[in-house]
Design a protein around this ligand. Structure first.
Ligand code: BES
Ligand code: ZN
Ligand code: ZN
Length: 475
């Protein structure tokens, strides 16, 4: 990922982007070129012009302000993606941003888009070096941006890159223990506490849901507890984040088909990656918030002792679940983590999970599905963060009727709802294990892309990291 830095204006810059409403020629360009630019600036529908002038690659961008600030920020990030592609295609190492508007934030949004677009996951390739993007630095010129803002942007983009890496690594490289070790390393680097429970400890805690999902696997499960507690935090009670860490979801005995289904399921720990990398960014930035992140992790496989559809499982909270479908495993492991979260007396618990195909079917990759019992004020803050960073939340209803669909004749609950409202019944199942303000984020749609979508790239997107960071920052 390219680094953002502050720099002095230089006309010598090879690749440059000018954000402007009214082009000022600070670059010594000949009149002919300026006349061309100005003719372009007069055209209403044109917002981006890319121009090659004696080996100098110039992009001019006109802010589109009419649709509001959220739209504008996202538009700039997306343009950043086009800029990164153009500079890399020309084998450029550096791109310089000249901002001729009075809005310094425009440079940050554009930089964010460039940096996030420049992410690659190529380290498994023999000739990784040859395939590497040439772009290394994004230089912001002009005033209004502080070094601190630049550092924050870099560390956030880094955290997103880490989350993408974790998601993109397949299960033969990163199993539950590997995921826990990755968190351990991140804790050492950023300065937060990481404790990893092994199978014996998980058994001792009677985490029946996590153990049931792990039963068909040869790899041991892990349960990771991360805690970042700065001096004098703004929140008296901690914010607890819970991430689904199914390092691979075959569906278990309720086996998934391969194409466009099981073949994508290395992404089933994207929630875990999001919460782990969010706490990493929060700690690195030294935000004054007390945050705890919990990650139950295992693969879901149909091995010899795999739990069979119809099995009744005793959960950590003592309740029983009739497991009618072994592919509805995420809620089983999250339930124990949500029960475990009670001991922290949390102000709010947010879980992030690639939980249901139903969520993806409902709104696609454009956003995540949210629901829960959090207060209106808490929800509004979270939804606002979603708009700010463009990791938007579509709130679903959380009516009592959905709970009815989880009734079992022989256990306290079944892990399967009816044919409809699958994303919501999954959320209702989880809410049963909470006794605090709670919000559930289903990221099954946006967690993993099968085709590049501008700066979100192809593969793991790292969705949730920027959302949770912004939310914690504004607590
Ligand atoms: N990991 C899947 C959900 C998923 C689907 C994530 C697509 C990302 C993309 C989850 O464990 C699952 O299989 N859910 C089932 C639940 C059903 C059996 C009640 C589903 O959505 O089909
Ligand atoms: Zn599943
Ligand atoms: Zn799953």
């Amino acid at each position: 990922m390219a680094k953002v830095e502050l720099g002095k204006k230089s006309r010598e810059a090879q690749h440059m982007v000018v954000i402007t409403d009214k082009f000022k020629n600070e670059f010594g360009l000949p009149d002919k070129v300026i006349a061309y630019f100005n003719s372009f600036l007069g055209q209403k529908d044109k917002k981006l012009l890319t121009y090659n002038y004696i080996g100098k690659h110039i992009t001019i961008y006109i802010p589109e302000r009419d649709k509001g600030p959220f739209h504008l920020a996202e538009h700039l990030r997306k343009q950043g993606s086009a800029v990164a592609d153009a500079v890399n295609a020309l084998k450029g190492k550096e791109v310089v941003i000249f901002n001729q508007t009075r809005q310094p934030a425009y440079s940050l949004w554009l930089s964010e888009g460039i940096a996030l677009s420049n992410y690659q996951f190529i380290h498994h390739k023999k000739d990784a070096e040859k395939n590497k993007n040439t772009l290394e630095s994004i230089v912001i010129c002009g005033t209004g941006i502080t070094q601190k803002q630049v550092e924050e942007l870099n560390l956030l983009c880094d955290a997103v890159g880490k989350a993408r890496d974790l998601v993109n690594e397949p299960v033969n490289v990163l199993n539950a223990s590997g995921l826990a070790s990755a968190f351990k390393n991140m804790g050492k680097e950023a300065g937060f506490k990481v404790e990893v429970f092994n199978k014996a400890k998980i058994q001792q805690l009677k985490m029946g849901g996590l153990l049931a999902v792990n039963a068909g696997s040869v790899d041991e499960p892990t349960f990771t507890v991360m805690e970042y507690k700065p001096a004098r935090p703004k929140n008296k009670k901690p914010l607890v984040l819970v991430g689904k860490g199914v390092v691979y979801d075959t569906g278990g005995l309720s086996l998934k088909p391969t194409p466009w289904s099981m073949d994508l399921m290395k992404c089933d720990m994207a929630g875990a990656a999001a919460v782990g990398c969010a706490i990493y960014a929060i700690a690195k930035a030294g935000l004054k918030v007390h945050v705890i992140a919990l990650v139950p992790a295992t693969d879901n496989r149909p091995g010899f002792n795999a739990f069979a559809p119809g099995d009744i499982i005793r959960m950590m909270d003592g309740s029983s679940v009739e497991m009618l479908n072994s592919d509805a495993e995420g809620r089983m492991i999250l339930a124990d983590a949500l029960h475990y979260a009670k001991r922290f007396n949390p102000e709010l618990v947010i879980d992030v999970a690639t939980l249901t195909g139903a969520a993806a079917a409902a709104i696609g990759t454009a956003g995540m599905v949210g629901m829960g019992t959090a207060s209106t004020a808490q929800k509004n803050k979270l939804l606002h963060s979603g708009l700010t960073v463009h990791e938007r939340i579509a709130e679903f209803p959380f009516w009592d009727e959905y709970e009815e669909m989880l009734k079992s004749d022989i256990a306290d609950q079944k892990n399967l709802g009816g044919p409809y409202a699958g994303a919501i019944t999954a959320g209702k199942f989880l809410a049963k294990f909470t006794d605090y303000p709670y919000y559930h984020l289903d990221i099954a749609g946006p967690a993993f892309l099968t085709a590049k979508e501008t700066y979100r790239g192809k593969g793991g997107t790292g969705v949730g990291v920027r959302l949770l960071y912004d939310f914690a920052k504004n607590l």
